[in-house]
Design a protein around this ligand. Structure first.
Ligand code: NAP
Length: 263
């Protein structure tokens, strides 16, 4: 059975904008029961509309107690989960000459620990679906930035590389329990997150195209869902170059303005 056949019980985080919003629209239209999460309640309520297959569960992924309460509400309403799609995340770039530890902590908290708090809360619900002879799926949104260290992406790239590594290992350990794991590695996608970027974003695709690629990958329970493939395959290839070559490449990609601000 594919991951999204029939009507599934799904928890989607980061549903208030960008890729998550496009995913939520598709999943609700397909008739799944979807718990919609993000910090902002208003866009989630608007998204849920008048339909009866959405549950609005706003919270901050970095607040462990709020995450636990959210999972309890979802369990009460759905009685388990067939798919946990943990997509919430953020991006902030570092200027290494003005090392900003609060920025680093914010990015790691949201992208790594926030996702892992949700994963911790979702696992018992996925196990309940497993006990009822289902084959639940746990999916997280990492980034193609996990494939290659890039200038100014120390915190963002590290948060996503750690997440990808964690999930790939977890897939091995959850296999015996019958829980599948997918890791999503998008290239550039148009969203409020990338609208803030002031640098060229090669092969940037729409949030709707990203949602389509993610749902196709989830259907097939792919370990690594990456797109657009021309971009992600190139990054993966560059990621396995010797460190000296990766350094020279990184120096070419560093922006002249950042270099000028260096003492
Ligand atoms: N766009 C890209 O090019 C791209 C590329 C690679 C990976 N990604 C990843 O894709 C995911 C979605 O990004 P996007 O581009 O769609 O960005 P986005 O439009 O900024 O969406 C981010 C979502 O995460 C939620 N969120 C952020 N911090 C949260 C927190 N602490 N607690 C709860 N919810 C939180 C936001 O909702 P609230 O603000 O309402 O909380 C929003 O719904 C992220 O994990 C991002 O790193 C994006």
């Amino acid at each position: 059975m594919t991951a999204l056949s029939g009507s599934r019980r799904i928890w989607l985080t980061g549903a208030s904008s960008g890729i998550g919003l496009a995913l939520a629209r598709r999943l609700l239209t397909q008739g799944h029961r979807v718990a919609l999460s993000a910090r902002r309640e208003a866009p989630l309520t608007e998204l849920a509309g008048a339909g009866n297959n959405a549950l609005v569960v706003p919270f901050d992924t970095t607040d462990t107690q709020a995450v636990a309460r959210a999972a309890e509400r979802i369990d009460d309403a759905f009685g388990g989960l067939d798919l946990a799609l943990l997509n919430a995340g953020t991006c902030e770039y570092l200027n290494a000459r003005h090392f900003d530890m609060p920025l680093v902590a914010r990015v790691l908290d949201a992208n790594l620990y926030g996702t892992l708090h949700c994963l911790d809360a979702a696992l018992p619900l996925l196990r309940r679906a497993r006990a009822a002879n289902g084959r639940p799926l746990l999916a997280v949104t990492s980034s193609a930035a996990a494939y290659l260290p890039l200038p100014r992406a120390e915190a963002y790239g590290a948060s996503k590389a750690a997440l990808s590594h964690f999930m790939e290992a977890l897939r091995i350990d959850l296999a015996d329990e019958g829980i599948d794991v997918s890791v999503i590695h998008p290239g550039f996608v148009k969203s409020p997150l990338t609208d803030r970027n002031d640098f060229p974003m090669p092969l940037r695709i729409s949030a709707e195209a990203a949602a389509q690629a993610i749902l196709e990958g989830l259907e097939r329970r792919r370990l690594d869902i990456h797109f657009p493939r021309r971009f992600t395959l190139a990054l993966r290839l560059l990621g396995v170059l010797p460190p000296g070559l990766r350094f020279r490449l990184g120096r070419r990609l560093a922006r002249p303005t950042d270099m000028e601000s260096r003492p």
